[in-house]
Design a protein. Structure first.
Lengths: 568, 70
């Protein structure tokens, strides 16, 4: 009998002391207390699903970032930094900042003015029910699946790092998230995400501080990495002239057009998991400022994610390897272990507990983000329009609470499914990112081009999604197809993802344009409030320049530019 | 309504005190064979103290009953 890979358990990485356990118990008690405290403030649909639309820019902005800052994100990208070097930073800078600023200044006014509850809800207003149905069903399906995949991955991490039983981790974290989201709705999720944001920074920031001290500063770190790996591990752009000059096997076209222009734009502007936090802002200025605040902090996340990976290259005595059954059986540490290894290297009693809750907090915020987004899309974009459109607001709130519990239970089921078939994890994560690219094409055409029609939007989204799945299946069935999909047989997995996203986006745009030109457009009056040029964008008010979103977007843009030049 | 910033202050304060206390204990009773690198820097002491100060400030500034709830 073959033992599933998921059950091969190497020796635990760290041992907790009494004070670490107290810190972890206090964390769980506090997040549950917040849920119970807020249960009385989630009685209407607006309260439960949109947090009453009364969040300040800071709360919405930090929550927006925190929902993305999951534990897999932290550990996965620290591992990628060890594997690929500083190139992984592209996913935090050019692969995030321009899109977040674009969301703030261009797209947010339309989401906000339309008073939609969700991104599929905007598609309904702009393109009609079929486009919303495709978007809502695929989003709900993938969200709950992703939640389960993340849950399993985190349980596995806790098993490896702490030796915790995988079932205990799954049920403890899932039940905690289910309780505080079902009680307090989106407001409870947002409050906990902001708390988790602070804990993640408090728990992870010591690693780069102490690591740089040990390495002898940034200049010495670069020298050590060049000796142990390659000089290209510390350059952002200089090795991107061709696929073979950098450790990631990607070129600048894939990064700029695939990552920055399509995947990043799609994720940060149309993935409802993150956009939902901004829709909860109290006014248009807060809604515009929130993504800018998120972008400001996002620029510095590489400090706690990428830098530990680079430091691992320089200071860890062992060589980490790719994850595989052979590596697991041999008890070897993998790339994904780099963050816990660095945590164990520097953090003694107390600090270790804080570092562990940083990982747990990252997981919980990511899972709560998935659950709240799923609950809202299910209730407002599937249940209400397709199953029961005449119920009371109270009924929909109850549906939201039950959907939270059911969504978590489905996630747990998915987690156990992944436990039996670990390769599902790779497929689900790849597919999820491919849904985003065509969705971005549909939303951006809907907002910026008044000639786009309902049939155009629907068929463009459908064809874009099918084309991305088709390309992915093509390369799976025939790996040599990579030279067509990614333009080079030297391309690696990440490069394939980037080009796949680019092509599916183009398919979506071309189909939408062609079908729209062949069908009858809506009148200008029908598009008011939904399309650029036909919508008076409300002013943020007569306020000093330093309080205006455009000013802070400029500041973030300048810092982003300087950072890219410095690490060229 | 209690401010979100108060909850954050409470979390930083409690964790800071626990970490600071653990750091002081290790400072006065150093292990014969430290299990972490850079033990001599006593990161738990100054990191715990910093978290305590920030947490206490947040708790005071956003204590329940204030208008700013975030």
């Amino acid at each position: 009998m073959t033992i599933p890979y998921a059950f091969i358990v190497p020796a635990r990485l760290v041992h907790l002391s009494g004070v670490d356990v107290v810190i972890i118990v206090f964390y769980f008690a506090l997040v549950l207390a917040i849920g119970f405290y807020l249960r009385g403030r989630a009685n209407t649909g607006e309260d439960f699903f949109m947090a009453g639309r009364e969040m300040t820019a800071w709360v919405a902005g930090l929550s927006f970032l925190s929902a993305n800052l999951g534990a897999l994100e932290l550990m996965g990208w620290a591992g990628s930094a060890y594997q690929y070097g500083i190139l992984a930073t592209h996913w935090y800078w050019i692969g995030a900042i321009p899109a977040m600023l674009f969301l703030a200044l261009v797209m947010m006014p339309f989401y906000y003015i339309s008073k939609t509850h969700s991104v599929p809800g905007y598609l309904k207003l702009r393109f009609g029910e079929p486009a919303r149905a495709v978007s809502a069903v695929s989003f709900a399906f993938m969200t709950v699946l992703m939640s389960g995949v993340n849950m399993f991955a985190m349980a596995k991490v806790m098993q490896i790092v702490l030796g915790w039983d995988i079932n205990v981790s799954i049920w403890l974290s899932a039940v905690t998230v289910a309780i505080y989201v079902a009680l307090g709705g989106l407001r409870s999720a947002i409050f906990n995400e902001v708390l988790q944001f602070f804990l993640i920074w408090a728990g992870a920031l010591l690693i780069p501080i102490l690591g740089l001290y040990e390495a002898g500063g940034w200049s010495n770190l670069k020298l050590q990495i060049a000796q142990r790996a390659s000089d290209q591990y510390v350059h952002l752009w200089s090795g991107l002239g061709s696929f073979t000059n950098n450790p990631m096997g990607i070129n600048w076209i894939g990064i700029v057009f695939g990552l920055a222009a399509v995947i990043s734009m799609g994720y940060w502007t149309t993935d409802f998991l993150v956009v939902q936090r901004i829709l909860a802002a109290k006014d248009i200025r807060s809604a515009e400022l929130a993504p800018i605040i998120g972008a400001g902090f996002k620029m510095f996340v590489p400090l706690i994610v990428i830098l530990p990976g680079l430091l691992g290259l320089a200071v860890l005595p062992m060589k980490l390897v790719a994850e595989s059954p052979a590596a697991a059986a041999a008890g070897a540490h993998t790339y994904n272990d780099v963050l816990p290894l660095m945590l164990a290297r520097y953090c003694g009693p107390g600090l270790l507990g804080l570092g562990i809750i940083a990982l747990i907090a990252g997981f919980m915020s990511g899972m709560a983000g998935n659950v709240t987004a799923f609950t809202t899309v299910w209730t407002y974009d599937i249940y209400r329009p397709l199953i029961n459109n005449k119920a009371t607001d109270h009924h929909y709130v109850n549906m939201g609470r039950w959907t939270t519990v059911i969504g978590v239970l489905i996630s747990i089921g998915t987690a156990y499914l992944v436990m039996q078939f670990a390769s599902i994890m790779d497929y689900v994560q790849a597919l999820f990112s491919f849904f985003i690219a065509p969705l971005f094409g549909t939303v951006i055409l809907g907002m910026l081009w008044k000639r786009a029609t309902g049939p155009g939007g629907f068929l463009g989204l459908l064809c874009g999604t099918l084309s991305s799945i088709g390309m992915w299946g093509w390369v799976k069935a025939d790996p040599s197809a990579l030279r067509y999909v990614a333009l080079s047989s030297d391309a690696k997995q990440l490069a394939q993802d980037m080009f796949q996203a680019l092509w599916s986006f183009l398919v979506c745009v071309i189909v939408t344009v062609v079908v729209s030109l062949a069908t009858n457009p809506k009148t200008d009056a029908e598009l008011t409030g939904l399309v650029y040029g036909l919508t008076p964008v409300p002013s943020v008010g007569n306020i000093p320049v330093y309080q205006k979103p455009i000013f802070w977007a400029g500041v973030v843009g300048v810092v982003f530019f300087v950072l890219n030049i410095y690490f060229w | 309504m209690v401010s979100i910033w108060f909850f954050i202050g409470l979390s930083l304060l409690v964790n800071g005190v626990l970490i600071f206390g653990a750091g002081l204990y290790e400072l006065w009773n150093p292990p014969a064979h430290p299990t972490v690198e850079l033990f001599s820097l006593h990161a738990s002491v100054w990191w715990g103290a910093l978290m305590t100060v920030i947490g206490a400030w947040y708790c005071y500034h956003f204590k329940p009953g204030q208008k700013n709830v975030g």
